[in-house]
Design a protein around this ligand. Structure first.
Ligand code: ADP
Ligand code: MG
Ligand code: MG
Length: 885
């Protein structure tokens, strides 16, 4: 018989698949001997079976009965007993934490009879009724699906009747009345009475947790975080401990280090006389851990001891939930804590320095995506700025946008291309969509552990929370700043998630410290030190080289400072734009060879100049230059405009102008499907002299550099080759040009001639192509288009979102390489190519060269280098290092 239910004492932290993250870590803490209220976990297999069958597996009820009996025995109390009831919490917990996504019900076991038992046993009427009203409220909204506002309004009414705004001012009589009101609301809205049978409460709550796996917001969160759909959640049933039992009780959350900055030292929030949810919801203002020392010195000291134990045990920053009941500390949750990119780098290096982990492990704990975030611009400190409020620096970044007050508007405005900042008193899971589309999130309540902060950090969204000077009135769509302006929907603000500052209007941005470090500027800054340490370690580990895609000397120089080891793709088409467009037009409309030659001759010196500059910027490093690739009509004027011009000229009687010739050319060159038309190597063959002019410009530039004492290493790359025959034609022409240039200049020019592999046919026939190509560079953008048969320019904005929703692919294949399909072609070409030519040099120059997941794949198949845009070069270096671990 399958066992679906497991005692906390029987599990450990490595069983997250089965027990969920929360259950596995509760088990781990139990076995470390920490004070964890006892309980058991209903595993993810039970959830999966329930979701598949629509009913709990037959064995489940019996197993729960058995484990519950054991728990009752341990606790010496019975669930929902009328004299001295055992109460339990029913807590969701999937493999990956999904903050606020799933449901938790506290105080299960209370009913009209046991509430008296609880009051008698605790000698505290108020506490008992407060617990009961909480149960009905949570059960009503999460299990019976009643809008939580229904209860919130009734609670507000009760407080108003008392003339107070604080929950704590409600006395036992108020709470008793409230329980009656809540029960009436349940009957009214759920069409059934609040269940009095404790076991029925438990079973319904367990089922609600199972069901919560498929709520809209859970599905949305999983898609956003790329969490698989089929994991299911576990359910933890745990004896209650009570933080709402008076001022010597309370509830809190803590991190063993600051999750925002990574600074050493414990960090947390504590709330006296409160039950769990109160802390995170930001209902009342919490005190810091330091202040907890004053109000609860004993539990505080023990908490610090336990935090040290946990950090050593997990060898990582831990995130903790705890409760104090009558001065006794209880641990309710721990996990390896989420953190900002800055904290990730700093904590990893600190822990390596402390000897907790080695540098390899430190490198594993940071990602290229985090590094990319650290390279985002910051607000310019020297610019004029109008500081209106300060909150907590919950999630870093510099965000500028228009104020919106609800998720719906955020989505609507973002869809029409506006940058928005979502401003809320506090966020809840319904705000998820708005947070996803906003540039930043600003709240007036809640600490670094509030929903807004936790979710924003998880998404890498800029967030400032708990800006208390803000009085947010979402209904009237305005926010009044204490001693400041009143802002309405659409007003622009700037928020700094690294400092917690809020500015009116738009503050200009400047380079981040990390970018300035890559640019060569030293800074006495712990983050910069941490980044440097891990970059150096990555460089010492990686096998894969990193080049850059750059068409201009300026970009090339910057990339070189960022660590690029050459250029993997220098496009030449921009060299045909601007003022040179006219020369290209002449080339296209030339009526005879002489006209064509003249046009090419005019282009030659201009190209040579471009190449000289780039070769100089990359002196001593390889520079791969791709001959012209796009269809020529891209350089011609727009058809409609041209037609109008020609019509005007006709009217004036000029019937044979340059425009007429151009219009003819536009008509002649028009293609139904330019992506599959006259481009790449086809141009080189169809228009004699075009590629050879380019090759000459490259080689003459190299000769000039070498003559001047430079070290030029050009690599000439032919695009869109499908068959070795095409490459052979062009290669011979280039060889002849090289011969001529070397004779003319008397310089021996070391250079290579190779090809892009960007058509499936080229990948399949890689062995033949490698026979004459000195290198391959995978053009994975085209290879993806050609393999899938869709054009990036047309499809990404049209049906990709539908495809993503249907799970056709988990992420756009243009963003992250489709390793099963396109990747298989790459692998095949690598194997066949290397077999034909052992020293074949291999690289990739598509967009994927800067994508972490793809980089790991390219390393694994044995490419020599990846090439990416200058700003991705550090990211690629880091990921290449991580891939080598
Ligand atoms: P989440 O996954 O949303 O954090 P939890 O299951 O951790 O949900 O429950 C939220 C809070 O409820 C906890 O942080 C804790 O304060 C409180 N809680 C859960 N179980 C218990 C319990 N057995 N006793 C006291 N408080 C509890
Ligand atoms: Mg929790
Ligand atoms: Mg291409």
């Amino acid at each position: 018989m399958t066992t679906f239910v497991h005692d906390f004492a029987d599990g450990n932290k490595d069983q997250k698949d089965l027990l969920g993250g929360k259950g596995a870590n509760l088990a781990e803490m139990t076995n470390l001997g920490l004070p964890v209220p006892p309980g058991f976990t209903i595993d993810t297999e039970a959830c999966k079976a329930y979701l598949a069958e629509g009913a709990e597996p037959a064995e489940l009820a019996g197993q729960v009965t058995e484990r519950l009996a054991a728990l009752e025995k341990t606790m010496g109390r019975t669930l929902g007993d009328a004299e001295d009831p055992l109460l339990v919490s029913v807590r969701s917990g999937a493999k990956f934490s999904m903050p606020g996504m799933m449901e938790t019900v506290l105080n299960v076991g209370l009913n009209d009879r046991s509430v008296h038992g609880l009051a008698a046993a605790s000698k505290d009427e108020r506490f008992a009724w407060d617990s009961y009203r909480r149960l009905i409220q949570m059960f009503g909204s999460t299990v019976l699906d009643i809008d939580h506002l229904v209860f919130a309004r009734a609670l507000d009414d009760a407080k108003r009747a008392r003339g107070t705004e604080a929950d704590l001012d409600l006395d036992e009589e108020d709470l008793k009345r409230l329980v009656g009101t809540f029960q009436g609301l349940v009957t009214e809205h759920a069409g059934r009475d609040f269940p009095q049978d404790p076991r029925e409460q438990l079973d319904l709550a367990v089922r609600a947790v199972f069901d919560s796996w498929n709520t809209e917001r859970a599905v949305l969160y999983r898609r956003q975080e790329r969490i698989p759909e089929d994991l299911g959640t576990a359910v933890n049933v745990q004896a209650m401990v009570f933080g709402n039992r008076g001022m010597d009780s309370g509830s809190g959350v803590a991190f063993t280090r600051d999750p925002a900055s990574g600074a050493q030292g414990e960090y947390g929030d504590y709330l006296q006389n409160a039950q769990g949810e109160d802390v995170v919801a930001g209902i009342r203002n919490t005190v810091s851990l330091a202040d907890m020392q004053e109000v609860a010195p004993g539990p505080h000291a023990e908490l610090l001891r336990i935090m040290a134990t946990l950090e050593h045990h997990y060898r990582d920053m831990c995130d903790i939930e705890f409760t104090v009941e009558n001065d006794k500390l209880w641990m309710l949750q721990t996990r390896v804590g989420k953190r900002t990119p800055e904290a990730a780098f700093r904590i990893a290096v600190h822990m390596a320095d402390e000897g907790l982990i080695d540098l390899d492990e430190a490198l594993r704990r940071v990602t290229g995506a985090q590094l990319a975030q650290l390279m985002f611009p910051r607000f310019d400190e020297d610019a004029p700025r109008d500081l209106i409020a300060k909150g907590m620096n919950a999630s870093p970044g510099a965000a500028v946008g228009k104020v919106v007050f609800d998720s719906h508007t955020a989505v609507e405005w973002a869809e029409r291309g506006e940058d928005v900042i979502l401003v809320r008193q506090e966020t809840n899971p319904d705000d998820l969509h708005g947070m996803m589309v906003a540039r930043g999130v600003l709240t007036s309540r809640g600490g670094k552990t509030s929903h807004a902060a936790v979710v924003a950090r998880g998404m890498g969204r800029t967030c400032v929370c708990g800006a208390e000077a803000l009085d947010v009135d979402a209904e009237r769509k305005r926010v009044k700043v204490r001693r400041g302006p009143t802002l309405g929907e659409g007003d622009v603000i700037s928020i700094d998630g690294s400092t917690g500052e809020v500015f009116a209007g738009e503050v200009p941005v400047a380079d981040s410290l990390v970018v300035r470090y890559f640019e060569g500027e030293e800074a006495d800054d712990d983050l910069v030190h941490s980044v440097r340490r891990l970059m150096e370690h990555a460089d010492s580990r990686r096998r894969l080289h990193v080049r850059t895609n750059a068409d201009k000397a300026g970009d090339a120089s910057r990339a070189r400072r960022f660590g690029a080891e050459g250029i993997g793709l220098c496009r030449t088409e921009h060299m045909f734009l601007g003022e040179r467009r006219e020369l290209v037009e002449h080339l296209i409309v030339a009526e005879d060879d002489a006209g064509q030659e003249a046009a090419l001759a005019a282009l030659l010196p201009l190209q040579r100049q471009d190449f000289e500059e780039i070769l100089e910027a990359m002196d001593g490093l390889p520079v791969t230059i791709r001959l012209i690739d796009p269809p020529l009509h891209e350089f011609l004027p727009d058809y409609t405009e041209l037609s109008v011009q020609v019509a005007l000229e006709d009217e004036r009687g000029n019937e044979d102008t340059h425009h007429h010739k151009l219009l003819d050319a536009v008509k002649r060159l028009h293609e139904q499907n330019p992506m599959l038309g006259l481009r790449g190597v086809r141009l080189g063959i169809a228009i004699p002299g075009l590629f050879t002019m380019q090759a000459r410009a490259i080689l003459e530039a190299a000769a000039a550099r070498i003559a001047a004492g430079g070290d030029a290493r050009p690599e000439i790359m032919i695009p869109l080759v499908a068959t070795v025959r095409e490459l052979d034609i062009v290669r011979r022409e280039i060889a002849a040009v090289a011969e001529q240039v070397q004779q003319e200049t008397g310089v021996d020019i070391a250079h290579k001639v190779g090809t892009m592999i960007e058509l499936p046919r080229a990948a399949v026939t890689a062995a033949e192509i490698a026979g004459i190509a000195q290198f391959f560079s995978f053009g994975t953008n085209d290879l993806t288009q050609m393999t899938w048969g869709f054009s990036r320019d047309d499809v990404e904005a049209s049906f990709f979102s539908t495809y993503l929703e249907h799970g056709v692919f988990p992420v756009s294949p243009f963003e992250s390489l489709d390793t099963d399909g396109v990747g298989a072609l790459v692998r095949m070409a690598v194997e066949r190519g290397r077999e034909a030519r052992a020293d074949l040099h291999l690289g990739i120059c598509g967009e994927h060269g800067g994508d972490p997941h793809s980089i790991h794949f390219f390393d694994e198949v044995g490419l020599d280098y990846v090439s990416c845009s200058p700003f991705r070069v550090p990211v690629a270096r880091l990921e290449a290092g991580r891939s080598a671990l």
